[in-house]
Every structure is written in structure tokens, then in C-alpha cells.
Design a protein around this ligand. Structure first.
Ligand code: GUN
Length: 303
């Protein structure tokens, strides 16, 4: 059997960013409106800084206004809630994203609940979660939506497909299951306590993996010909690449799926990096331009 088709998330995300940019231009030219995304970063987590910088850059490249708010690592919860309150009330702000994780003194659920559902471009607010599960119009969490777009591009109609979502987080696993169900898939959700995990995964025609464990899913967990979406991004030691100046081993990024094994069995698979990752920010930009249209009583753009 020949190797799986590699799903090119990087190219697909570039296409989506172009569509968003066209919608932003049209909003400006036809209605004189600017779309604006405000990102809040609390503390100094290096990975979060990288994400936030990339978000800001891509927001501007799409023609939107990007505003970043930085709070100290020991900022009291009240300071963050007051900032969110101000952004909720500012009609120039279309989208609000508070970068997670937050420092321990701040209650993540309280913060998520404080963001106006109409400006919640992450789709994490309980009202939006409820809207998603009941089939109402809502901003959809970015990572699972990116996965769904790639699945539809690869497979076309998903109706009746047997899907397994491995992982049950609020950010990926649960909304992914809701989206697949809405596409008429038969959906299973598996997790660390699932019995006979390899056998359950091997029944799936669509396997979405979001567990945060490097290379956990092996080739023999995959149904031959299945479409595999790997959400994991894990940095692991790669002594085969040599050492850094300080003697520590060089590292490399791997997914939650053992790619070299899986590529020989799957029909199509996303690589890490270059699969799901680039789609997440593209979907955030999409949610922002849609939020701007809805807040101004305009029909959804074609993105
Ligand atoms: N941290 C890691 N991923 C995300 C995301 O999608 N949204 C937010 N707000 N924080 C994150």
C-alpha cells in the first residue's frame, strides 16, 4: 500500500487567510468599518508570547487592527476582569481573546464567562458552547474548526463516517465531537480511561488526536485508509541531531501520533509541524471578521 496523502495545513491556512483578507477589505470599502481583535496576555510564559506575537502579525497582515494588552504575572484577577469589562463596552473592539493558560491567582472559568459572548472569538464562553451543541449560530473554537475544514477538504461529505476523537478538553476534544456530530458522523470520544484504546481507535475512519502525549498513537492503532488529524505539538529531545552549546540535546517537534508508522497505514494524515497549527490562527481571524459583521448587523462574509 502506498503512503498516506499528507494534508498541507500550511497551504490551506494561507488560502483561508486570503479569504479573510478579502472580507476585511470589503467591510472597509463598502461599510467603512475596521475589524479589530484585542488579545490579552498575562505574565511571561515564553510559548504564549510566541503565539500572541504570531496572532498580532497575522491579524495585521489580514488588514485588521490588532491591539495587545499585557498584564504582569502577579496581576490581580480584578484587574483582568476590569479590562475585559472595558473591552466589552468598547464598540470598536470586535474580538477579545485572553491567552491561556493564566497564572494561578486568576480563575480561568470566571474570565471566560466575563467576555461578551458576541466578542468571544475563541468560542469558549458557556453560552457559545451551548449554542454549538444545540446547532445555533456561534463562534466555533478555532483548532477544532480548522480540523473540520481539513477533513471536509480531504473527504468531502462526512455523513455517516465513523469518527473517533481522542481527548476530551474544552478547547479541542469536546467541540470537535460537536462539529463532527453536526456533520452527521457517528462520534466516539476516547480518553485516558478508555478500555481497549488501540482497538477502539482502529475502528475509526476519521481519527482526531488531541491528548498532548508525544507519539502515543502507533501505526497499528489506525484503520488502513483512515484520515488522521494530529493536533499535538510536543517538543522532545532529539540526541540524533547533536547537542547545543551548553551540552543539552537538540530538540524536535512531534505530534501525538507516531507519524513514520501512521503514514504507512493511513489514507491521509496531517504532519507536525505544518498541519493543524497554521489553521488555528487562520480560524481565529475568520471568527474575528465574522464577529465584526454580526456586531454591525451585516450578513456573514464568505470565509
Ligand atoms: N492557549 C493555547 N491555545 C489557545 C487558544 O486557542 N485560545 C486561547 N485563548 N488560549 C490558548
Amino acid at each position: 500500500m502506498s503512503d498516506a496523502t499528507i494534508i498541507d495545513g500550511k497551504a490551506f491556512a494561507a488560502g483561508l487567510r486570503e479569504k479573510v483578507a478579502a472580507a476585511v477589505t470589503s467591510l472597509k470599502d463598502r461599510h467603512g468599518l475596521e475589524a479589530r481583535l484585542d488579545v490579552v496576555l498575562v505574565g511571561d510564559d515564553p510559548a504564549s508570547h510566541v503565539y500572541v506575537r504570531n496572532k498580532g502579525k497575522q491579524t495585521e497582515e489580514a488588514g485588521m487592527v490588532s491591539v495587545e494588552h499585557r498584564l504582569a504575572v502577579d496581576a490581580p484577577e480584578q484587574e483582568l476582569l476590569a479590562l475585559i469589562d472595558r473591552l466589552n463596552g468598547d464598540p470598536a473592539v470586535n474580538g477579545i481573546l485572553v491567552q491561556l493558560p493564566l497564572p494561578d491567582q486568576i480563575d480561568e472559568q470566571k474570565v471566560t464567562a466575563a467576555i461578551s459572548p458576541e466578542k468571544d472569538v475563541d468560542g469558549f464562553h458557556v453560552v457559545n458552547v451551548g449554542r454549538l451543541w444545540t446547532g445555533a449560530e456561534a463562534p466555533v473554537p478555532c483548532t477544532p474548526y480548522g480540523c473540520l475544514l481539513m477533513l471536509k477538504e480531504t473527504l468531502g461529505d462526512l455523513k455517516g463516517k465513523r469518527a473517533m476523537v481522542l481527548g476530551r478538553s474544552n478547547i479541542v476534544g469536546k467541540p470537535m465531537a460537536a462539529l463532527l456530530l453536526a456533520e452527521h458522523c457517528t462520534v466516539n470520544i476516547a480518553h485516558s480511561r478508555t478500555r481497549d484504546l488501540p482497538e477502539r481507535c482502529a475502528e475509526a475512519e476519521i481519527l482526531v488526536v488531541a491528548v498532548g502525549r508525544p507519539e502515543m498513537v502507533r501505526g497499528d492503532w489506525i484503520k488502513p485508509g483512515a484520515t488522521v488529524i494530529d493536533v499535538g505539538i510536543n517538543r522532545i529531545d532529539a540526541p540524533e541531531k547533536g547537542t547545543n552549546e551548553d551540552g543539552s540535546p537538540k530538540t524536535r517537534l512531534v505530534g501525538d501520533v507516531a507519524f513514520d508508522e501512521a503514514v504507512k497505514v493511513a489514507g491521509a494524515i496531517t504532519p507536525v509541524p505544518g498541519g493543524v497549527g497554521p489553521m488555528t490562527i487562520a480560524c481565529l481571524l475568520r471568527n474575528t471578521v465574522i464577529a465584526a459583521c454580526r456586531q454591525n448587523g451585516l450578513p456573514d462574509p464568505e470565509v
